[in-house]
Design a binder for this molecule. Structure first.
Ligand code: IPM
Ligand code: MG
Length: 360
């Protein structure tokens, strides 16, 4: 099994190192190869997604990804910015299905900004479509009026676009996931989020999801407008089971949902293509403000490695062993700074990784 390891920028290097340590502690055989991606790749090789990195990712069974980005690259032209690396990987590998669980760990109920009874036991899965929508719509661009008709007028545009097959396949992923979760005790509901009261793209989305839903009579389906969904997520988050939505709405709602649980530093994610190949990364970003300090939380990346074992490497037992080890470490009271509270023990990135290895 071949894993492409792409740590990237900021805290990416520190947290991926801990996940690699955990993988090496398992009794599985992996071939791991590391490559540059993001801002560090731009600095070393002039491009955020060098050819070698893309080739390595394509040829691997799975990609373990850290994070990309730093404010210092904000003035670069868009194709050279670190974010283009992750967008390029998603598009080139066809990673259309993004799984972003928002799970509340019992020990961390107090870390949420919502009242404990609203989030205790929370277990939502956001499925975000990842290779379409306004992120990849053509044309994209910026016009500056030069004909003198509208002196000083500038205009910028991006195209929101979805096709029926793109919506069908992500809907199947969402209903399939809801079925699996139902078998494990969830309520068996898919909530599709759109803005069908305004957008044509969303009306198509709604119609197609509704159609696909008829193939899954055991799963309840409802639809919410994205503004209402954002509100419901903080009002009564436990009403949700699986949420399926487009690329842009999913970007926003998954950040919101992740913070309901108290720490975005705890949440893994998986991006899968039609062949089951996947990219696995923490839900959080590169956090340049704390990079190099040894205080970042490696658990989201370690849990992403567990998702990788389950989704792409067919090692569900190993995945579960990692998840159990993470729970044990939390139960022992170990906390990185982002989830620290009085009465617990504050540990570094490396200490947290080592504690997981010890529990394994
Ligand atoms: C995410 C990130 C990316 C996105 C950025 C870094 C391009 O916010 O994975 O959610 O917008 O998809
Ligand atoms: Mg985001």
């Amino acid at each position: 099994m071949k894993i492409a390891v792409l740590p990237g920028d900021g805290i990416g290097v520190e947290i991926v190192a801990e996940a690699v340590k955990v993988l090496n502690a398992l009794d599985c055989r992996f071939e791991m190869e590391t490559a540059l991606v993001g801002g560090v790749a731009y600095e070393a090789l002039g491009h955020p997604l060098p050819e070698f990195t893309l080739k390595l990712a394509k040829e691997a069974d799975a990609v373990l990804f850290g994070a990309v980005g730093d404010w210092k690259y904000d003035t670069l032209e868009r194709p050279l910015r670190p974010e283009q690396a992750i967008l390029g990987l998603r598009k080139n590998l066809g990673l259309f299905a993004n799984f972003r669980p928002a799970l509340c760990f019992e020990e961390l109920v107090g870390a949420s900004s919502l009242k404990p009874d609203l989030i205790a036991g929370l277990d939502i899965l956001i499925i975000r479509e990842l290779t379409g929508d306004v992120y990849f719509g053509q044309p994209r661009g910026r016009r500056v009026s030069t004909d003198g008709h509208f002196p000083g007028t500038e205009e910028a545009y991006d195209t929101m676009r979805y096709s029926r097959p793109e919506i069908e396949r992500i809907a199947h992923v969402a209903f399939g996931a809801a079925q699996k979760r139902k078998a494990a005790g969830s309520i068996g509901r898919v909530t599709s989020v759109d803005k069908a009261n305004v957008l044509e793209t969303s009306q198509l989305w709604r119609d197609v999801v509704e159609e696909i839903g008829t193939h899954y009579p055991d799963i309840a389906l409802d639809h919410l407008y994205v503004d209402n969904a954002a509100m419901q997520l903080v009002r009564q988050p436990k009403q949700f089971d699986v949420i399926v939505t487009g690329n842009l709405f999913g970007d926003i709602l998954s950040d919101e949902a992740s913070m309901l649980t108290g720490s975005i530093g705890m949440l893994p994610s998986a991006s899968i293509n039609a062949q089951g190949q996947g990219l696995f990364e923490p839900s959080h970003g590169s956090a340049p403000d704390i990079a190099g300090k040894g205080i970042a939380n490696p658990l989201a990346t370690i849990l992403s490695a567990a998702m990788m074992l389950r989704f792409s490497l067919n090692q569900p037992e190993a995945a579960q062993r990692i998840e159990v080890a993470v729970k044990k470490v939390l139960a022992q009271g170990l906390r990185t700074a982002d989830i620290y509270s009085a009465g617990t023990m504050c540990v570094s990135t490396v200490e947290m990784g080592s504690a997981v290895v010890k529990c394994l």
